[in-house]
Write a protein of this length. Sequence first.
Length: 592
Amino acid sequence: MSFCFSQIGYLVPLSKNLEEDTSIPKITLSEGQNVISRDNIPLPDKRLSRKHLTLTASADRSSANLFVEGTNPVVVTFGNKRTKVCSQESTTISDGAIIELIPGHHFFKYVTSGGDENASSRSTPESSDGREVGKGDEPSAKRSRQTKMQDGLGKKTLGEGSSVEVGNPGRSQTKGEISEKAIGHFHVLNDMLPWTFRLLQVKELPAWSNTSCVSIRDVIQGDILLAVLSNYMVDLDWLLPDRQKPVDKLVKNKPANWILHKPPLPISFGTHHSKAMLLVYPRGVRIIVHTANLIYVDWNNKSQGLWMQDFPWKDPNFPSKACGFENDLIDYLCALKWPEFSVILPGLGNFKVNPTFFRKFDYSNAAVRLIASVPGYHMGTNLKKWGHMKLRTVLQECTFDKEFKSSPLAYQFSSLGSLDEKWLAELASSMSAGFTEDKTALGLGEPCIIWPTVEDVRCSLEGYAAGNAIPSPLKNVEKGFLKKYWAKWKASHTGRCWLLLTSSNLSKAAWGALQKNNSQLMIRSYELGVLFLPTSVGRCGSGFSCTSNRDLMEMSPGLGSGDIARKMFMVKFGHDKYSCILSKLPDIILFE
């Protein structure tokens, strides 16, 4: 649609190899404002908004102003510079600029009258990472189109999983901005990976945006002797593609070395929601805490968080003292009340597997603290052992930079419970605990609830179907007092006081609610999370690994990739139905 009749040029549709696509008509541009939308572009893509962008063309045809009206970002390439322009941002474009209406999709070339409309077939601008635009991996509309908050933890540095705010390419970058090229080449050193928050790979995203991300094959690998798998949902057809027996037969005829266990749920409406893995190797144990169900879509189509770290066996001649991480882990495992069983670990001997078995590993170098929830009415010394009171207790022992005084509290989760202002204040009090260097309290932070809009869901990889992953009743979401807390990711600077990766959603059932004049904490569900603090993340680690190629060759010469999925013991905790503990199997089998 045009508001002025003095024609100044066109938007020429291009194919992915940047040649003119004659199957789509050119869009005529006139002097003044030109609205580009899915109403005037014959493309069946609902990610295009009804008012996607506005091009304001000048009479002298030297340039035009591009303003993004819709929710999704637009990418502009001119020469060797590729710039992402987010919603409600603008940039200036010149003759020959390539516009991607959706990053990686729907290429149009801005051509002024008198310009060379056919130049696209002879010139192929390069993207910021050296690839030709439109070739190789294609970006998807999924990745945090609202996300501009840059990551760091306790310091102002770009952290893993960071997003950027890209403005007008005609001006120099301001503080808090960084080029897309820098993100494309961002990489975490292997020695530091155990100390970082990880993201799971998303299949439909380009390789550069999956930098330092992991797949399930990166997590479950090597010569595993015993495994504990804790989760809420399990898809056996996906998890066991090479099984020899049909799933229904596995369900009816449980192998003798599988032990099913249902953690007790003493309070109604509780669930076992923790998502974790404990993998025992000849050299040590790998602890993994993550946010994904064991189903295909969670490990391939959604942004999920994960932390994992390997720990060696303790030297029996020089046993180390228990640390906070170890005590928290054993306390949580004891609360699950799984039955003890005996097992022979090849080359290591006979062991009784119970919670105290996991004291045989040295956790002194742990980069995180465990924050768990266990159902029950917790009083006395147990009051500060679980839920948000555990988080409060750990944070009260910490000292943070002054810049984080009264910092906002960003809550991002997938399910919203039935909340009230009193409980939100209670939770905020726990999350604002801690002190600055001058021994003053950190101060109460303002909660910010990150929650997707309908447009966010519609434009995600899975479209409206993705809404199934955010199951919250309207009566919970539409409470009036919540309006002041709704927020989207955006920041003009970097920095985190701390970060908690957890299975907990925003609910009393997960975090607990204080009762009886704050002398009792009532929790309904099992949850598990890890707390990243500057004091632990900032230090260098030993780089110990249970599965590195060098270590595996030293420990098990001749171990081939085909042997990785054999010789396993597994322990799995499911949700309300049951869980399982598995002994040694000829093949990997997981059961819920």
